[in-house]
Write a protein that binds this ligand. Structure first.
Ligand code: NAD
Length: 485
């Protein structure tokens, strides 16, 4: 085992969980045993909630300009430890080093947004009648929790943690049991940056701890990022316990390619979108809908896909089960009559035979009823559907139950606008394969890709992590007597 057994982080200390139940943490790159992670209990969560509750009064009353000083220091520490954090991310998640580097750089950008929050939460004030003033303030919620997925071990925790804490909340994070190492380093860096004990806590575990978070009366709000199946469970359970909840789910993002699209640029974007992070991004291209004569673009996509080499510029998928599941999707599409133009099945990387690799896969002549057209594959696979016009393409995009992202590739501004207006997704790209809105814009999909109000990052997150306090004041008799007296 390369690293020590993972512990929980409560009140500024790494502590043992009160359980013997644990899981192995395996590197998808080469199957190496990295560590073990405890499946914590309700009692473990309870101790973290108690620590967070105790820290809350002092932390929430610390002026925001003082709170964000810690995040200026945290940002510098992320920069200082960039290489180490990126290596750890690759080791536990399987993505290639340059992708991990980009992930940590994104954490820096997210922290930069958090340190700008004092500029954004100034509230409002107005003299509403003579001598009477109304004023609004953003008050923190209290103890909040964040449940995160495996695919971005550092970035998704940093979607929520810096904003939630800078806004005065105390937090408990539940890392993915498959990639729990990066969160532990985040805790160490926050401590080094001067974050008071108890403000940030980590409880490791699986279903049991997620359910405990949804049920615990001391937790005021829950954010979740993961699959739609679990997002629904978490949203229903947390809100039925009267908690505020925002639950981001899975995706099947459609790229609409028009015949006038620039072939080289389109092929590069489509390929990078479907194969980046081994297709394990909620913003990955899931299906491409070609409108009319697009053979020349499909040809270029195949050329680009063949340049994506497993173990070189394509990382591993998270587990053996995931590799097998992705390959089953490809088998099924082939059986149903689709054409496999580039085939990533049975990929083995020399020297990393125990790793979980799937090569880039391009499937053409997919029809809307095939599972590769409908389901989130979460692997480096693009399913190409062919239609005669833009409305048919939109009908396919609109019919899918998700709504994270969609993109259009064209040089026709009018066609692009037509599609932006009609695509049923929260994030739309024009000639952009991965249309992630960068700060200060907010991240969040529609339909079954997100449950709850508002988005998880950017300005929108302020509404989620705070509640408005409205105060009405008067000091002098000039205010007179009226209905407000
Ligand atoms: P997952 O839903 O399996 O797990 C997410 C979290 O939920 C983990 O912490 C896990 O421990 C917990 N969990 C798993 N099963 C549970 C259950 N039955 N009950 C309660 N908790 C449970 O997701 P994953 O495989 O870690 O991540 C991949 C998924 O996340 C994909 O569907 C991807 O699209 C989605 N995702 C979405 C976004 C977004 O912004 N919409 C971002 C990243 C990932």
């Amino acid at each position: 085992m390369k690293y020590q057994a993972i512990k929980n982080y409560v009140n500024g200390q790494f502590v043992e969980a009160s359980t013997d139940r644990k899981m192995d943490v395996i590197s998808p790159i080469d199957g190496k045993h990295l560590s073990t992670v405890p499946m914590s209990t309700y009692a473990d969560l309870d101790s973290a909630v108690a620590a967070a509750k105790e820290a809350f009064p002092k932390w929430s009353r610390t002026p925001i300009k003082e709170r964000v000083q810690i995040f200026f220091r945290y940002r510098s520490l992320l920069e200082k430890h960039l290489v180490e954090l990126a290596e750890l991310c690759s080791e536990e998640n399987g993505k290639i080093y340059s992708e991990s580097l980009a992930e940590i750089e994104k954490c820096i950008e997210l922290t930069e947004f958090a340190v700008s929050l004092p500029q954004l939460v100034t509230g409002e004030v107005l003299e509403v009648s003579r001598g009477v003033e109304c004023r609004t303030e953003h008050a923190p919620l209290g103890v909040v929790a964040s449940i995160v997925p495996f695919n971005f071990p550092s970035m998704v925790p940093n979607w929520t943690m810096p904003n939630a804490l800078a806004l005065g909340n105390c937090m408990i994070i539940k890392p993915s049991e498959r990639v729990p190492l990066s969160c532990g380093r985040i805790a160490e860096l926050l401590k080094e940056a001067g974050l008071p004990d108890g403000v940030f806590n980590i409880i490791n575990g699986d279903v049991e701890i997620v359910e405990a978070i949804c049920d615990h009366p001391g937790i005021d709000a829950v954010s979740f990022v993961g699959s739609t199946k679990v997002a629904k469970i978490v949203y229903q359970r947390a809100t039925s316990n009267l908690k505020r909840c925002l639950a981001l789910g899975g995706a099947k993002n459609h790229l609409l390619v028009l015949p006038d699209a620039i072939p080289g640029m389109t092929a590069q974007n489509v390929t990078a979108s479907m194969s980046g992070c081994a297709g394990q991004r909620c913003m990955a291209a899931g299906a491409m809908v070609g409108v009319g004569a697009i053979d020349h673009i499909v040809e270029k996509i195949c050329e680009e896909a063949r340049k994506v080499i497993p173990g070189v510029n394509l990382g591993a998928v998270i587990s053996k089960e995931s590799k097998e599941r992705i390959e089953r999707f490809i088998d099924e599409a082939e059986k149903d009559g689709a054409k496999i133009l580039v085939d990533g099945r049975k990929t083995v990387v020399e020297g990393k035979e125990a790793g979980y690799y799937v090569g880039p896969t391009v499937i053409d002549y997919v029809t809307p009823n095939m599972s590769v057209a409908k389901e989130e594959i979460f692997g480096p696979v693009i399913s190409i559907l062919r239609v005669a016009n833009v409305d048919e393409a939109l009908a396919i995009e609109n019919a899918n139950p998700y709504g994270n992202a969609a993109s259009v590739f064209t040089q026709n501004g009018g066609a692009a606008r037509y599609i932006i207006d009609r695509a049923s997704a929260g994030m739309i790209g024009v000639n952009v394969g991965v249309p992630v809105p960068r700060e200060p814009f907010s991240f969040g999909g529609w339909n079954e890709s997100k449950f709850g109000v508002g988005d998880i990052t950017g300005k929108s997150s302020i509404e989620f992590w705070t509640k408005l306090k409205k105060s009405t004041t008067k000091w002098n008799p000039e205010a007179g007597v009226n209905w407000m007296s």
